[in-house]
Design a protein around this ligand. Structure first.
Ligand SMILES: C[S@@+](CC[C@H](N)C(=O)[O-])C[C@H]1O[C@@H](n2cnc3c(N)ncnc32)[C@H](O)[C@@H]1O
Length: 466
């Protein structure tokens, strides 16, 4: 439960939180992009900014469960409630059930918000509903609704940890596929509801971890480039402003350095590396720093021109960045084709992003199972191309920020079924020695509840020598 601090009765954080929620509900905006802008333009800082952030992130994360609770308190379907009122009721519910705000303050401030945003008459409705919501704790609501609905264990977990039921099943399947106990899924769902620590990457040859520790950070848990930043805007750190360091999850750092460290056969002095799907450029920036240290060259491809521009800004002038479709067969064959050209290829594939739900509070409610077939088809095409772009003896790192079986092991298996010259390497060997809970291999699945990273998947595939 979050501490509401001294801003408990201040109107501005609630108004700004409401505006961000409106942008998310009406315009499909991303809270992590909209919120910093709104905080800046409204001049909120310190405790007010922290309260606004908690109101936005906490409300969005649990909105599916709050909707179910509120629905049980009203006599009409949730879909018949006007959308601005839905958002106000969600903010009120989060203060009542997910924060330490006293009941009278939570109700009074939300009713005030309603008066200014939707008028006095509808504020009366908000007041009546929130008084019913306030009658129980969150856990009691879960018990009551799960019992009344005769919920399955997965439905109860979904309500308790505020995830859609289909993701509870998917995560449980993925844990089982990696030889873990399905019962761990509750811990995984709970980890998705904790805000991740801000982790920095010290790009080798450009910045040392010591420089970031001297600036106030502490060493990260696993990656030899990672420094945890305890709080405050990382943009104030000189190395971050100068792109010598950046903000990057440790899981992303680990899969990137794992590809760089994997054994290629027939090594050559000046290796050629490719980041096939590079935008916005976090992994490319780390790869380019490692490549420079090892005398390798890096190319970065990205289909969306504006993202290719972000990659250029992230990697500096030594990397060739192309705004191209990496699944286009034209990129392979012909006199200008790239077939067999690269020693190492990183394919950080476009995916459901369900491994990074900690960072994108609204994402879990937006993703649908129906999104998966198109994503999987794209992932297969890209991986098949990656295996042609790499030279015999070279290595492809297939990475997703998703633990879903359909996007990870099934993609790898389906592509391997069409090629008999590919060896699946033991990716655990390219991760820090002694790192626990890496499963039986050969691919690796990282988990938020075990490794405190995003749920990144890594398979290393080596193309056989001709
Ligand atoms: C998961 S993101 C990569 C994140 C990136 N590696 C990083 O660490 O910042 C996938 C990227 O692939 C791009 N993409 C999708 N399809 C592509 C294609 N066919 N060819 C090249 N890039 C593609 C997307 O636009 C997106 O920027």
């Amino acid at each position: 439960m979050a501490d509401a601090g001294s801003s408990i009765s201040s109107a501005a954080p609630r108004r700004v939180a409401f505006e961000v929620l409106r942008a998310v509900s009406e315009s499909d905006a991303y809270a992590n992009l909209v919120l910093p802008d709104r905080l800046r333009s409204s001049g909120l800082s310190g405790r007010d900014a922290a309260l606004t952030t908690e109101l936005v992130y906490g409300t969005l994360r649990r909105s599916g469960s709050y909707d179910a609770i509120v629905t049980s308190c009203i006599d009409r379907p949730w879909s018949k409630v006007d959308r601005p009122i839905q958002d106000i009721l969600r903010i009120g519910s989060h203060q009542l059930l997910g924060m330490d705000v006293p009941t009278h303050a939570a109700v009074a401030t939300t009713v005030e918000l309603a008066k200014t945003q939707v008028g006095r008459a509808r504020a009366g409705f908000v007041n009546a509903v929130l008084r019913k919501v306030a009658a129980r704790t969150y856990d009691d609501w879960v018990d009551v609704l799960a019992t009344a609905g005769d919920s399955s264990p997965a439905e109860r977990l979904a309500l308790q940890h505020a995830h859609p039921v289909w993701l509870v099943h998917e995560f449980s399947d993925s844990l089982a596929a990696h030889d873990r106990d399905r019962d761990e899924v509750g811990d995984l769902l709970a980890a998705d509801n904790r805000r991740p620590l801000v982790t920095l990457v010290a790009r080798p040859g450009r910045c040392t971890r010591q420089e970031l520790v001297d600036a106030g950070g502490r060493l990260g848990e696993w990656s030899s480039f990672a420094v945890v930043w305890p709080g405050g805007d990382p943009g104030t750190i000189a190395a971050v402003r100068q792109h010598r360091a950046g903000v990057q999850d440790e899981g992303s750092q680990l899969v990137t350095s794992a590809l760089a460290d994997a054994d290629v056969s027939n090594g050559r002095d000046r290796e050629r590396w490719l980041d096939m799907c590079a935008g916005p450029g976090g992994k490319a920036a780390l790869l380019s720093a490692i490549a420079s240290e090892r005398g390798a060259t890096l190319e970065a491809w990205e289909i969306l021109p504006h993202r290719a521009t972000l990659v250029r800004q992230a990697v500096g002038p030594n990397v060739t960045v192309r705004a191209v479709d990496a699944s286009d067969p034209e990129r392979l064959a012909g006199p200008h084709g790239s077939e067999g050209k690269f020693d190492r290829v990183l394919l950080d594939a476009p995916c459901s992003g369900t491994g990074a739900l900690r960072r994108r509070p609204e994402a879990r409610w937006r993703k649908q199972p129906s999104d998966l077939p198109d994503l999987v088809a794209g992932q297969r095409r890209l991986l098949a191309n990656a295996l042609r772009l790499v030279r015999p003896g070279g290595v492809v790192g297939y990475v997703t920020c998703s633990p879903l079986v359909a996007e990870t092991s099934e993609v790898v298996e389906s592509v391997l079924a069409e090629r008999h010259d590919i060896e699946l390497m033991d990716a655990r060997r390219s991760l820090p020695p002694g790192m626990p809970d890496l499963g039986d291999g050969p691919a690796v699945q990282l988990w938020p509840h075990l490794h405190h990273t995003d749920a990144m998947y890594l398979a290393l595939l080596r193309r056989g020598k001709n």
